[in-house]
Design a protein around this ligand. Structure first.
Ligand code: UDP
Length: 310
């Protein structure tokens, strides 16, 4: 396949580029480098099946040649990023998804949308199944991401139903691993860099809120299975093992052997209280489930962060 990865220089996008190239596909990576980083793909330069185009996907996408699939991963993805980039976040989820779908229609390509557990907002059912419609505050600071992704899902289904475009929607739960930005503000890079530099670990609120963390290689494997499946309705991909943020902070201290103390800071507005995917659908229809336990994934992530924290 010849595959376009939007947001291909980002954390997940770049792992997808690697995964596709290993499976002998041709990859066109597109990124405007707002939150992506060229270092994430620099090891691919010189690979004749790989090319990079610096482009903002909210602008018309012109791409000569055939195209079999589009993985639409362009978006700021951390709460801190979308607080700083609210308009870009809304634009890439809405206008960017429209442009990517237009290209898919033009080329007869299959499009996989990177959606998110944030479409469930601060969920009232637990764990979250795909048939839950969510509890989202449209005008809160997180609304720029949540609503953009909800719009993106609606737009994707409209192109599927009205234009017959082959589409896939993955709802991605918290994911971590090498190539996350040290300063992206999410809990994994924050806690690891704080632990490695001996700074206090900042637990927001009382730390009883929960998340479940999926290692990036598991996630990418699930996405590829979804892309190549016939499942055209939204599918959760994530790790169902749930931790409170307090437990997670202690785990990071244990694995790093850090002497950092835990401190509490204000909980961000609309921070979801619980989050855990029900992955029954992915298990049944994709034969997928995560393999990497948190300890193992954190150790791999730590190797990456160690060389970067001063
Ligand atoms: N969090 C925290 N300390 C930090 C960063 C995040 O306690 O330094 C909490 C945050 O309030 C949330 C959870 O960790 O409850 C996960 O936050 P993240 O930003 O990684 O992503 P989210 O799951 O909220 O989208």
């Amino acid at each position: 396949m010849r595959v376009l990865v939007t947001g291909g220089a980002g954390f997940l996008g770049s792992h997808l580029c690697d995964y596709l190239l290993k499976r002998d596909h041709e990859v066109v990576c597109m990124d405007n480098l707002i939150t992506g980083n060229i270092d994430n793909i620099s090891h691919l330069s010189g690979n004749e099946r790989f090319s990079f185009i610096k482009h903002d996907v909210t602008e018309y996408i012109f791409l000569p040649g055939k195209l079999d699939a589009i993985l639409h991963f362009a978006s700021p993805a951390s709460p801190v990023d979308y607080l700083e980039l609210p308009i870009q976040t809304l634009k890439v989820g809405s206008l960017g998804t429209h442009k990517a779908l237009g290209l898919a229609k033009e080329k007869g390509a299959r499009l996989l949308l990177a959606s998110t557990s944030e479409v469930y907002g601060d969920p009232e059912i637990h764990p979250q199944t795909e048939d839950y419609w969510g509890n989202v505050n449209p005008i809160g600071p997180r609304g720029v991401y949540d609503e953009a992704k909800r719009f993106a899902e609606a737009m994707t289904m409209a192109y599927h139903r009205y234009h017959g475009v082959e589409t896939r929607i993955v709802r991605i739960f918290n994911t971590y691993g090498p190539r996350m930005r040290l300063n992206d503000g999410r809990v994994v890079p924050n806690f690891i860099s704080q632990a490695l530099s001996g700074k206090p670990i900042t637990v927001y609120g009382d730390g009883t809120q929960t998340r479940s963390f999926c290692y990036c290689s598991d996630l990418v494997d699930g996405i590829y299975r979804l892309l190549t499946s016939e499942v055209d309705t939204p599918t959760n991909i994530g790790n169902p093992t749930e931790f409170s943020i307090m437990e997670f902070a202690r785990k990071v201290i244990e694995i790093t052997g850090s002497g950092s103390e835990l401190i509490h800071e204000d909980l961000p507005v609309d921070d979801p209280k619980v989050r855990r995917p029900n992955i029954g659908k992915a298990r049944e229809l994709l034969g997928w489930e995560p393999k990497i336990e948190l300890d193992e994934g954190l150790k791999k992530t730590l190797e990456y962060f160690r060389s970067r924290v001063s």
